[in-house]
Design a protein around this ligand. Structure first.
Ligand code: ADP
Length: 228
């Protein structure tokens, strides 16, 4: 399995804390990786560093073998739009736009005509169990439906990697289970890799591999032969 994204010797220090103390991590083609660890262990910093949002103090981030950590802001933000998708805990949809336009947004930001972008966006509604909800605004969706719209938006531009930060954190157990099952399966079917921060072991168990972090270091790995 080829490596899509890797971090080598990642270090990030803040005045009061060392968030990353030398982390090595590699994410394979179509692989889903869960990052777990106690609060304050460096999970979010690691995700944001791999996604080109936080610049490490030391170490390297490589996307398909190319170093990206020292790129300028404009180049990094274009990279994030084109090759990465993001799912957050909640509140990421624009409330004034219907669901289909929320999904189409990354394509329109890249200059695609609205009608073409919306047509492409609509294709994601059935695989995510959202048919019939295309015209709903986020306020008219349940928490689980809103997260499925966010997953569609993260995938619509066919990214190399989807980053998810506590994507089930605002959902009840069974809704969260459904959302993570769809997130992992649809991401894999699309051919993308997934990096997900979660504190929930049941959610992490849907991924191919779990990276345990403690005090900014990799503490251990759990590898599943096949994801459940
Ligand atoms: P986690 O996601 O595991 O809860 P974080 O990556 O958010 O951990 O934080 C790791 C450590 O770095 C913590 O001690 C946190 O307080 C510190 N930290 C994270 N971001 C900042 C920041 N912007 N400024 C100062 N300290 C930070």
């Amino acid at each position: 399995m080829g490596t899509v994204l890797s971090g080598l010797g990642l270090v990030k220090k803040y005045a009061s804390a060392t968030a990353l103390a030398g982390v090595d991590v590699a994410v394979g083609e179509r692989e889903s990786l869960a990052i777990m660890g106690p609060s304050g262990s460096g999970k979010s910093t690691l995700l944001h560093t791999l996604a080109g949002i936080i610049r490490p103090d030391d170490g390297q981030v490589l996307l398909r073998g190319e170093r990206i950590d020292h790129w300028g802001e404009n180049r990094l933000s274009a990279l994030r739009r084109r090759r990465f998708g993001f799912v957050f805990q909640s509140g990421q949809l624009l409330p004034e736009l219907p669901a289909e336009e929320n999904v189409a947004l990354p394509l329109m930001l890249e200059g695609m005509l609205r009608k073409h972008a919306v047509a492409r966006a609509r294709r994601w509604f059935a695989p995510l169990g959202l048919e019939g909800l295309e015209q709903r605004r986020p306020g008219q969706l349940s928490g689980g439906q809103a997260q499925r719209v966010a997953i569609a938006r993260a995938l619509v531009a066919e990214p190399d990697v989807v980053f998810a930060d506590e994507p089930t954190g605002a959902l009840d157990q069974s809704t969260g289970e459904e959302v993570v099952r769809l997130l992992t399966s649809v991401t894999r079917e699309q051919g993308a890799s997934l990096v997900m921060v979660t504190h929930d072991a049941d959610v992490a168990a849907h991924c191919d591999r779990i990276l345990q972090v403690r005090d900014g270091r990799v503490h251990g790995h759990i590898q599943y032969t096949t994801a459940p």
